[in-house]
Design a protein around this ligand. Sequence first.
Ligand code: ZN
Length: 499
Amino acid sequence: MATTWERLEPRLREMQDLIAAISLMSWDQAVMMPPGGAASRARAGATLEAMLHERVTDPALGELLDELANDGDLSLDQKASVRILKRDYDKATKVPEELVRAIAEAQGASYQAWTEARPANDFSILQPHLETIIDLKREQADAIGWEGERYDALLDEFEPEMTATDVVSLFDELRSGLAPIIDKVLGAAGNPPEWLFATYETDKQLDVCKWLVKQLDFEMQEGRVDLSPHPFTMTVGAGDVRQTTRTEADALLSSIYAAIHETGHALYEQGIPKELLDWPVGRAPSLGMHESQSRMWENQVGRGADYTAFLLPHLKEKWPEELGMLTPEEFHRGVNHPRRTLIRVTADELTYNLHVAMRFELELALFRDDLSVGDLPGAWDEASEKTIGVKSDTVADGVLQDMHWSMGALGYFPTYSLGTVYAAAFYDKAMEELGDQSENFRRGDTSALLGWLRKNIHQEAYRYPAKELAERVIGGPLSAQPLLDYLRSKYSALYDVTI
Ligand code: ZN
């Protein structure tokens, strides 16, 4: 007779296959699909999502999971899979179906309104939709349930087991630590160098990106690199990890660093053991954990003195006119040039977390009923001036700049900063165990670091929640101090200031 686990397995495979089909359709939509296909694709996607939802909420699945919860013969990975699937099952069954449908419809309408509101520079186009989204998300949070505060239920979707209180204290630590560094460094940094704004052919940029992802040991037999306006990484199935990058003639660095960033995500996906991919344990434990990988490759490695010294000669070969005269030191400084800017996605490493902090604080105020959607644009401008030190003249570059809220992604922003905090702590630990990697990085050899990440993070998949995995890797509680120490030492050397 089949064991309970053996009765669960075909269900797991079927759910995974539906996820693979949904993923492939959304990759295709972002990369290949002609605009005319939008409506038929939306219907096909909704059908598959409904099939998946039916399977995830099947009472027979609930019964199997209850039986397995007390099964002493399961392996560590099977136990973790049962725990993770039980969480998904509980969440999915607690939210009434009408609410799931209402949220999906509201998100579609609201995202559409955002695509009109931003070019029109008119918040009132989005406002009623955003009000609906926030109301529905409140209902959803209450249906799922929460202990500390409502925002915890939202955050839990992206960063399981992390709470608003955890995030508030991390941002307090970050804000007070960053302020003196930013003041000193921005005073010393001056104007950005002109080569940053030169024109760089986009076809050559794509060549560089493709060369670079291979340098970083992305396995091309089991992956692809394509173009899309918003770079992303997605696993379609075992042996099929797809990443995208973007190219813009006047933004060489944004293309290169998007490629390194996405390669960080893609290496993580390729590092999750293939034999776990059909099981719920075969994925990253949180978005913040995923972001720790992309940020580490992008910042600690890619924007470091050694790796930039490796990159520069290759870029000079492509653009001798524009870059031929640069020294490695000048290139390194240019790559890290800090500024107070309005836009989060192009912000430098130093000011980036301030952009995230203000978004988190505004979200929290919305869900604590301390702020109304109507007052959001004013609150945004005030926060921007206070936190970053600049204020936009337009709502397009202010409260409307990100699509997240319009898509119902509330509780998502903190994962970006959690990623940078995890990344700095992991990198310290890796260097402590591996020894100095300068020589290797200068030759473009990052394999020792990748091996360390594979062993300590990628291969662990979702055996532990992110917070626990982080503590296991670091050997203590998570703190923003390693990130602050790293920024202090990097920028004091770059601009010869004492911080
Ligand atoms: Zn990312």
